[in-house]
Every structure is written in structure tokens, then in C-alpha cells.
Design a protein around this ligand. Structure first.
Ligand code: PLP
Length: 366
């Protein structure tokens, strides 16, 4: 079966006459639990929930490994870091990814005596592997859009006994499959394209080794970093259209990146799908699509802000992967090593022709 079909049907219950295609969310903090509790699949709301079970089964089918949902991408990140690393061990993180991951690692793992290092390039990361317990690879990275060679990193990391976690948020499992590339963990903020409708905050980790998934599940029970059933149900309902959404979003990203790359007033256009992009070759080897995010620079912060204000089809917002095209001047937050005129653009599902007309006018200051 092809992935496009699997995505539509993943986690759906067996067809029963008179039953819905996807039952609604189960809102339960307690379950009837008479007598000896052994064997009851659902006992208490912080431990298990049938809505989680269905969506975790869907993601397991797509990711290729047992999956644990969390209340957000950061809850998933924190759980993975804390359950994998002990005092005296070292983690190396790619240095151009989501700044909150680096800062949470430095603050919380550093306080526990974990050696937290970042790598400026893939070569730098490979040089730091000896003695490392966990390698954290965000690819394509947000916002730099560097594509790291997962197979190459996995091979080198496993040779020295290190584990590899891939933050797969930007592409989602609909465009890149870290476990199939050999990684030990595939993590994502499902807040982004996986849910895709700008209405849910959620995260998950899929693990190649069921025992590591079990450790994450125990962490979730003990810390209470659980998602709400409504959010999980919305995510499951949204998953069914992931393939068609990605198809349109990635085609729009390719079209917009090509348009921007052809303009003399736009510089540093990055999109892994552009044949001229430094990451294109590796992206072609490991991704089935190049994702919805494009980045570029206008000369100054003021020029970037003027573009964002003039573009009627770019909603200024600090996220990506949604149905609506959105963008932001990333330097407005600090934290990322980007120029003042740097824009991260997330292409939505609108018609490409409308987007191009809008961008043309906004760049001309109309
Ligand atoms: N990982 C990446 C690459 C992200 O971009 C984000 C959020 O922007 C996260 C993790 C954290 O996800 P969440 O906002 O769902 O906690």
C-alpha cells in the first residue's frame, strides 16, 4: 500500500455496520474499574486514553515504530532528552535548529551534569561523536533549512555507540521517515504541518526500540505531560488530509522559491527543493518531498517588514505548516543567528498563481 493511502486510513477502526469512520474523542479521567485491576486496558486518565491509542497506532503505522504522544513538541523533546541522558553523558545538537531545544537542553540537562554541545556543521557534528550518548539532528532545520544526512550521521553515531534522534517537525512523516533512515527516534511538533489547521498544540516521539518507547510512556505518566483527547482527536482527523495538504504546500513552496530565486531584490533564498540549494542533493536522497517552508532575505529589517505588511496572503504568525500561508521576520524574537531582513515563509494550500501575484505586488511595494 502506498503512503498516500495509508495516511488516509491509518488508525481507523475496523469497519462495523452503523459505527462512525473515526469515533469521537473519549473524555475520561476515570474508568469503571471493579475488583482486581489487572488486565483492564483503561484505568486512569493520566495513564491511558482510547483516543490516544487510536492516533498512536496511526503514527506507529506511518513512522515505523511505537509512538508516544505528548502535550506539545517541547514536552516530547524534554521527555526524550531526560529519559535518554544521564549525568556525565554528552549530547550534541545541530546548532541551527529550533532555539528552544538548545536552550532547554543547556538549562535543564546542564543542571543535571549532562555535557550539552552544539555543532555548527555536519562535519563538526561528526567530529564530536566519540564519547557522545545522543545526537540530536533537526532536518531540515528551522529556520536555517539545512538538510543533514541522516543515514551518514546514523552510521557514524552507531559505530561509536551513540543514539540518534531526528526532529522531523518541518517535513513531517509525510515527507521524511527518520526511523527508515536508521535513526533511533523520530520526534515532531505536530502543532505544525501534521495537524496543519493552526488549532492544535501536540507532539510525539516514535522509537525504533519498543523499550525506549516504554520509557517515554512511563515518563509521560509520571510527569503528566499528557495531551487532551480533543486535541488528539483533531490531530487524527487532520492526519487524513496530510498527503493532499503536503502535495499542494510543497508545490507552492517550490513555485515560490523558484520565483524568489529569480529576483534581484531577494537574496539567500533557501529551499531544499531548489536544484541550486546547497542541501538539494542530500534532500533528494532522504526526503520524498521538500516541505512547506522557504526562507529568504530582503536587504533590511524594514524592507522585510514592509513586504510582510503589504502581502495580503501572508499572515504574520510565528509557526509554520498550516493551511494558510504565513511568515515572519524571524529576527524579531532574537535567539536565531539570522539577519534582520530574514523571512521564514510557510506555504499553505492557496492557489500558486494568487500567491505569486500577491508576492510580486508586495515586493514592488504596491
Ligand atoms: N521542534 C521544532 C523544529 C519546532 O519548530 C518547534 C516549534 O516551533 C518545536 C520543536 C516545539 O514544538 P511545540 O511548539 O509544539 O512545543
Amino acid at each position: 500500500m502506498r503512503d498516500a493511502t495509508r495516511i488516509v486510513r491509518a488508525g481507523a477502526p475496523a469497519p462495523e455496520p452503523g459505527a462512525p469512520f473515526l469515533a469521537g474523542p473519549t473524555f475520561a479521567s476515570v474508568y469503571h474499574l471493579p475488583g482486581d485491576p489487572t488486565g483492564a486496558p483503561y484505568q486512569y486518565g493520566r495513564y491511558q486514553n482510547p483516543t490516544w491509542t487510536a492516533f498512536e497506532a496511526a503514527l506507529e503505522e506511518l513512522e515505523g515504530g511505537p509512538t508516544v504522544l505528548f502535550a506539545s513538541g517541547m514536552a516530547a523533546t524534554y521527555a526524550l532528552l531526560q529519559t535518554t541522558l544521564g549525568a556525565g553523558e554528552r549530547v550534541v545538537l545541530t546548532g541551527d535548529g529550533y532555539y528552544a531545544t538548545r536552550s532547554v537542553a543547556a538549562k535543564h540537562l546542564g543542571a543535571r551534569g549532562v555535557d550539552v554541545c552544539t555543532a555548527a556543521t555536519e562535519a563538526d557534528l561528526l567530529e564530536q561523536l566519540e564519547g557522545t550518548r545522543l545526537v540530536w539532528v533537526e532536518t531540515p532545520s528551522n529556520p536555517a533549512l539545512t538538510v543533514y544526512d541522516v543515514r551518514r550521521i546514523v552510521e557514524a553515531a552507531h559505530a561509536v555507540g551513540a543514539l540518534v534522534a531526528v526532529d522531523n517537525t518541518t517535513p513531517t512523516v509525510g515527507a521524511q521517515k527518520p526511523l527508515a533512515l536508521g535513526a533511533d527516534f523520530s520526534l515532531a511538533s505536530d502543532t505544525k504541518a501534521l495537524c496543519g489547521h493552526s488549532d492544535v498544540v501536540l507532539g510525539h516521539v516514535s522509537a525504533a526500540d519498543p523499550e525506549r518507547a516504554a520509557a517515554l510512556r512511563t515518563w509521560r505518566i509520571e510527569t503528566g505531560a499528557i495531551p487532551g483527547p480533543m486535541e488528539v482527536w483533531l490531530a487524527h482527523r487532520s492526519l487524513g488530509t496530510l498527503d493532499v495538504r503536503l502535495e499542494r504546500m510543497c508545490a507552492n513552496a517550490q513555485g515560490v522559491a523558484t520565483f524568489l530565486a529569480g529576483r534581484s531584490d531577494v537574496v539567500q533564498v533557501r529551499y531544499p527543493g531548489l536544484a541550486t540549494d546547497p542541501s538539494h542533493a542530500v534532500a533528494q536522497r532522504q526526503m520524498s518531498r521538500y516541505g512547506p517552508v522557504v526562507s529568504f532575505e530582503l536587504g533590511t529589517a524594514a524592507a522585510a517588514q514592509a513586504f510582510l505588511s503589504a502581502a495580503t496572503l501572508v499572515d504574520e504568525a510565528t509557526s509554520f505548516g498550516g493551511l494558510h500561508t504565513s511568515g515572519e521576520r524571524r529576527a524579531r524574537w532574537g535567539g536565531d543567528a539570522v539577519a534582520g531582513g530574514f523571512i521564514r515563509l510557510s506555504l499553505g494550500c492557496e492557489a500558486l498563481e494568487d500567491l505569486l501575484e500577491d508576492f510580486e505586488a508586495a515586493l514592488a511595494g504596491r
